[in-house]
Design a protein around this ligand. Structure first.
Ligand code: PAF
Length: 282
């Protein structure tokens, strides 16, 4: 695997691969890699001859009071995992490489509507930061395919919409959430949890599954949502949102909608966790 720090070196290496007729698959990450990221890299091999992984903790997608400084930077361990997963190129640029003029005057890519609800409502500007950095990475790497984890389902939908609206010739592939045996979705932020918080955090996925069962049994949506909030609070969570939505528009589900996603975000102590579950009612 080749470690690259600069856009110019990345472009020239990838041009060589392109001239040789190789397909490029991209896995963008913020590092602190876990088995969920490794799964993305493995899946990327099904879509490209060259697998490019990026590690960049993107300041533009963090709010003022969020965990940008605390976010774990673990490059050596990440490189070992990527080597083992057969990654071809690792692009790990500095902040000045990506934002040479600073953030203040950076052109922003904004995906309206889909970015404004759920995580976008509690993390103002977050998805503008994601869409902007992902579009920059797309222009640097010019992959045929890019892969994203479905744990961040809203992010996946925002990026899919951006790609359609801006005519990026890139296929976006969503890869299923990887979970611990307890059901807890793998996330870099799980590392912030104490052992006790981690065992209580398993209630998040349990609540999603119980809510799915209640919806399938015909319980009305608002009753499902309020039962879920109570279930999360009983486990020590402070729910941010718990919403049954149309899986494509992310708007509140209406009676008769059958392709649904249940989106959840909740605080366990100082850690904000998200998860989701998709279901087809008929
Ligand atoms: O999902 C992430 O890790 C980040 O939001 C992404 C897509 C790498 C953009 O910084």
């Amino acid at each position: 695997m080749k470690l690259i720090r600069h856009i110019s070196a990345l472009r020239s290496l990838l041009n060589t691969h392109r001239e040789a007729g190789r397909q490029i698959a991209l896995v963008p990450t913020m590092g602190n890699l876990h088995a969920g990221h490794v799964r993305l890299v493995e899946e990327a091999h099904c879509h490209g001859d060259v697998v490019v992984c990026t590690i960049f903790v993107n300041p533009m997608q963090f709010g003022k009071n969020e965990d940008l400084d605390a976010y774990p930077r673990t490059l050596d361990a990440d490189m070992q995992k990527l080597e083992e997963a057969g990654c071809t190129v690792l692009f790990a640029p500095s902040v000045t490489e990506i934002y040479p003029g600073g953030l203040e005057q950076q052109t922003v890519v904004a995906v309206p509507k889909l970015s404004e609800c759920h995580c976008g409502a509690s993390r103002h500007g977050h998805f503008d930061g994601v869409a902007t950095v992902v579009s920059k990475l797309f222009n640097m790497v010019q992959p045929q395919t890019a892969l994203f984890g479905l744990k961040d389902y809203q992010q996946f939908m925002v990026i899919s919409k951006m790609v359609t609206d801006l005519c990026f010739p890139i296929s976006i592939v969503g890869v299923e959430t990887q979970r611990e045996a307890s059901g807890l979705a793998l996330s870099s932020r799980n590392g912030y949890l104490t052992n006790d918080e981690k065992s209580r955090a398993t209630t998040l996925y349990q609540t999603l599954q119980d809510s799915r069962d209640r919806l399938q049994a015909g319980t009305p949506i608002d009753a499902v949502e309020s039962q879920a909030r109570a279930q999360l609070e009983a486990a020590g969570f402070r729910p941010d949102y718990f919403s049954v939505c149309h899986a494509l528009t992310l708007e509140p589900a209406q009676h008769g909608d059958d392709y649904l996603v249940i989106l959840a975000a909740a605080w366990m102590g100082k850690t904000r966790l998200i998860d989701n579950l998709r279901l087809q009612l008929t």
